[in-house]
Design a protein around this ligand. Structure first.
Ligand SMILES: O=C(O)c1cc(=O)[nH]c(=O)n1[C@@H]1O[C@H](COP(=O)(O)O)[C@@H](O)[C@H]1O
Length: 281
């Protein structure tokens, strides 16, 4: 595969053409049961393929949650590989949600696994944890740049426990979450139309106007649907940065399966509500 155009540029175009919705592929055991599928590799494969076939030709981004595939060992990972390839072939960008983070030398191996263009699990972007220090991510930043991929760095997560770490105030007075946003803004300086280094910022967090959310990069916003946030919350949470928000919905869409039409309709309803909330039209 030849080098891709930078992730940020590809994402901006996909958001403009398809709208910004990201649908999560989260094959929870409880959802497999609700869909009438067995909690085994065949059930996993059917679930994942159904989601990809239902929405990959219309949403900007699909975000498979790696843990639900790893749970089944190598055969589960093989399903993940196939799902990534099929989603990308249908025109969706794939954000691999594996939340990797380690000391730099090991981080390089994680980066090779997901961000090297020839890796079997190559994805357009990867979720990463910066809590071994932002600098520990530099091999992933470099690998992403070389391969036209991107990162989503956990900055202000959607879960209530996140504040213990992310709101901790550093000696300069800035908290940890804001520090991660500042690192990303520096990473994306000068990039047009959008940098490739995004932040994860929960849609559940209420008014974030004290944060500098304009990092010239995408903001992945989970928390809509099952975690209680709604598309209508987005402008209040993100302010002017809402134009760079990629809202993620997983269970809120997936609970409408296994019927592909019902899944597609649910994704379209969320997409429409998001468009209305973001553009007012
Ligand atoms: O990085 C993520 O994707 C993520 C970060 C975060 O702060 N909160 C969060 O919910 N997520 C992921 O987003 C998805 C949310 O799923 P639902 O709550 O079912 O919509 C899950 O795959 C989570 O792992």
């Amino acid at each position: 595969m030849s080098a891709l155009e930078p992730f940020g540029a590809r994402l901006r175009r996909a958001m403009d053409e398809r709208g910004p919705l990201c649908v999560g592929i989260d094959p929870h055991a409880s959802l497999l049961a609700e869909w009438g599928l067995n909690d085994d590799v065949a059930g996993l494969e059917r679930f994942s393929r159904t989601v990809v076939e239902a929405v990959a030709d219309r949403v900007a981004v699909l975000k498979p949650q790696s843990a639900f595939f790893e749970r089944f060992g190598s055969r589960g990972v093989a399903v993940l590989e196939k799902s990534v390839a099929e989603a990308r072939a249908a025109g969706a960008l794939v954000v691999m949600d594996a939340k990797r983070g380690d000391i730099g030398s090991t981080m390089a191996a994680y980066a090779e696994s997901f961000l090297h263009k020839d890796a079997p699990l190559f994805s357009d972007a990867l979720t990463v944890s910066p809590y071994l220090g932002y600098g520990s991510l530099s091999p992933a930043v470099a690998m992403a740049r070389e391969n036209g991929a991107g990162l989503f760095v956990l900055a202000l997560t959607s879960n209530p426990e996140g504040g213990e770490v992310q709101h901790a105030v550093r000696s300069g007075g800035r908290n940890v979450g804001a520090t991660m946003l500042a690192h990303l803004a520096a990473e994306n300086t000068g990039e047009e139309p959008l940098g490739s280094f995004g932040a994860v910022v929960g849609a559940t967090l209420g008014d974030l106007s004290t944060y500098e959310l304009d990092i010239n990069g995408p903001l992945l916003a989970p928390g809509i649907g099952a975690q209680g946030a709604t598309p209508a919350d987005l402008p209040g949470v993100f302010g002017a940065a809402v134009r760079n928000v990629v809202p993620n919905v997983s269970r809120g869409v997936l609970r409408h399966g296994p019927d592909a039409v019902a899944l597609r309709d649910a994704a379209e309803r969320f997409a429409e509500e998001i468009r209305h909330a973001v553009t007012g039209s």
